[in-house]
Ligand binder design. Structure first.
Ligand code: CA
Length: 218
């Protein structure tokens, strides 16, 4: 799961990136509206945390431009606590949820989790697919009731595939959502990771479509 954090206050951006990273997300950050608008439109994210007060282009304009261009990524808008008009405008502009500043980090993590679950058609914090149960709050997974001792990267890969169950996910896409776009994991790192994941979860759970990618059947 890949999240874009758009926040110009460095300290808040760092806190957000740290907390979301510990919650199992790959986090990219952007500190101004124009950069955020470009990246949101050209890169694939599973959720975006968008501060509305931004330099170069304000958050509401960014959001309106994304929606006008058909960008459907779920957006959690960060608003000033007292500015109820801003919240209304944010939702009108296409925000899926909002949170007033200052906020409690666990609440933000819970809301981002709810947004990403919803886009995968899951409403509970535990994803069940085939014999798999993936608890995205406790970062634990079981297969046929057996707990899988997964590394954070293996968990990310399994969660992404389960989120997109039934769809063959290309290697490049999975790599981007496991390692992040800017990090170069090495040419066969993903194959090695998937091989370990298949060994732990079962080869019948994570299937390889040679030359195409990987799939968890729904
Ligand atoms: Ca701001």
């Amino acid at each position: 799961m890949r999240v874009l954090v758009v926040e110009d206050e460095r300290r808040i951006a760092d806190d957000l990136a740290g907390a979301l990273g510990r919650a199992g997300y790959v986090v990219e950050t952007s500190a101004d509206g124009e950069d955020a608008w470009f990246r949101g439109e050209t890169e694939a994210f599973d959720a975006i945390v968008l501060d509305l007060g931004l330099p170069r282009m304000d958050g509401l304009s960014v959001l309106r431009k994304w929606r006008a261009a058909g960008v459907a990524t779920p957006v959690l808008a960060l608003t000033a606590r007292s500015a109820w008009m801003e919240r209304v405008e944010g939702i009108d502009a296409g925000a899926d949820d909002y949170l007033g500043k200052p906020f409690h980090m666990p609440e933000l993590i819970a809301r981002v989790g709810a947004l990403t679950r919803r886009t995968g058609g899951y409403v509970a914090p535990v994803m069940e697919v085939g014999g798999l149960r993936i608890d995205v709050q406790r970062l634990q997974a079981t297969a046929e009731g057996r707990e899988l001792a997964l590394t954070p990267l293996e968990f990310r890969a399994l969660r992404y595939l389960a989120h997109h169950r039934g769809r063959v996910v290309p290697q490049t896409e999975l790599s981007e959502h496991v390692y992040g776009a800017d990090r170069e994991p090495g040419s066969n790192a993903l194959e090695v990771l998937i091989a370990r994941l298949r060994k732990k979860a079962g080869a019948e759970v994570v299937k390889t479509r040679r030359g195409f990618g990987y799939v968890v059947e729904g």
